[in-house]
Design a protein around this ligand. Structure first.
Ligand code: FES
Length: 349
């Protein structure tokens, strides 16, 4: 950076050159006074240019844009090979400064009459890019701000690489939708629907066959069951405690043959098998189907019932309680009520 001439140095050098050019212009006509008068006429207008040396930056730039002043054509005639001019006039401030720096560098290199140190070589970037091809500074800044810089701006500020964030959630959200569409398409197809119905019917048939392999089992209660001690049944009483569950009445009466007996009557009507009801107020069994009536001891007395109710087996168990045995039945018309297994004598218990 120390070797690079600043703008002020360049401008100072330009002023010095402009002042020196005037003097050289003065010297040139002096040395060549013997030549044509036309040369004096061309050198003469160079004096005012040397006397009116530019003092401001704007004046210098204007003079450079305008072709470097009127003194240059005279010097060009004297020494055209020493100061080559650029092919195209610079347009932007940056290009003008670059061209000035390049000129200052060349002047430093060729400045044999000055004792100034050797001028450093201009920067590679400035030398590589022609001054005439550069756009204006404002345009370059605008392009750099917009991120669309040229190759020269790209070398100044390289673009940072941007990281790409993978979009996994979008893929995961798309997978279930695809699977759902596939299943809908599979179910909606007539071929798939037919196979589904066939599978359902096959399943039903398999279940029916499996059920057929297992027979129906009717779980029946045991025919023998206890009904409590004899003391639970007072004289001339009818117990309906086991009627609903076991289909019997426990009766204690002496109306049959004058003996205080306890026996179990079946609750099946001898007409067509209906279940009569015990009417405590009327002291009779009444069949709701056809009106048959039975006394407390089981003898039929009204209705279509052809015979008395049947008795079931009854005995005193080992624990002293009464035990009913429905596996045996006793019919009065057959003289079976005389069997001791059909009753329990209450006087003996
Ligand atoms: Fe009882 Fe007919 S079934 S009267």
């Amino acid at each position: 950076m120390a070797d690079k001439p600043s703008t002020e140095d360049i401008l100072k050098k330009i002023r010095q050159q402009a002042a020196g050019g005037g003097e050289s212009a003065d010297e040139a006509p002096a040395s060549e006074s013997s030549e044509a008068a036309a040369a004096e006429e061309t050198a003469a207008p160079a004096k005012p240019a040397a006397k009116a040396a530019p003092k401001g930056t704007s004046d210098i730039l204007a003079s450079i844009r305008g072709g470097g002043g009127t003194a240059k054509p005279a010097a060009k005639e004297d020494a055209p090979a020493e100061k080559p001019k650029p092919a195209a006039a610079p347009k932007g401030t940056a290009s003008i400064l670059a061209s000035i720096r390049s000129k200052g560098g060349n002047a430093g290199d060729s400045g044999a009459d000055t004792a100034a140190p050797k001028a450093p070589a201009p920067k590679k970037a400035a030398a590589a890019v022609p001054a005439g091809d550069l756009p204006p500074v404002s345009e370059m800044l605008q392009k750099m701000k917009a991120g669309k810089g040229t190759a020269a701006s790209a070398t100044v500020a390289p673009a940072k690489p941007q990281l790409k964030i993978p979009t996994k959630p979008e893929k995961k959200a798309a997978e279930p939708e695809t699977r759902r569409n596939f299943l809908l398409a599979l179910v909606a197809t007539p071929f798939a629907l037919a196979w589904t119905l066939l599978g359902l019917f096959s399943g039903v048939w398999v279940l029916a066959i499996a059920r057929f392999m297992f027979p129906n089992v009717l779980v029946e209660l045991p025919s023998r069951f206890p009904v409590g001690p004899p003391s639970d049944y007072p004289p001339e009483s009818v117990s309906t405690k086991y009627t609903a569950a076991r289909g019997i009445w426990i009766v204690r009466t002496s109306q049959y043959n004058g003996k205080d007996l306890i026996y179990a009557l079946s609750s099946v009507c001898t007409h067509l098998g209906c279940t009569p009801s015990w009417l405590e107020g009327e002291q009779k069994f009444k069949c709701p189907c056809h009106g048959s009536g039975f006394y407390k001891n089981g003898m039929n007395f009204e209705g279509p019932a052809p015979r008395p109710l049947e008795r079931v087996g009854l005995r005193i168990a080992a624990d002293g309680s009464l035990e009913v045995d429905k596996s045996v039945k006793f019919q009065e018309e057959k003289g079976q009520w005389e069997d001791s297994k059909s009753f329990v004598d209450a006087a003996l218990v």
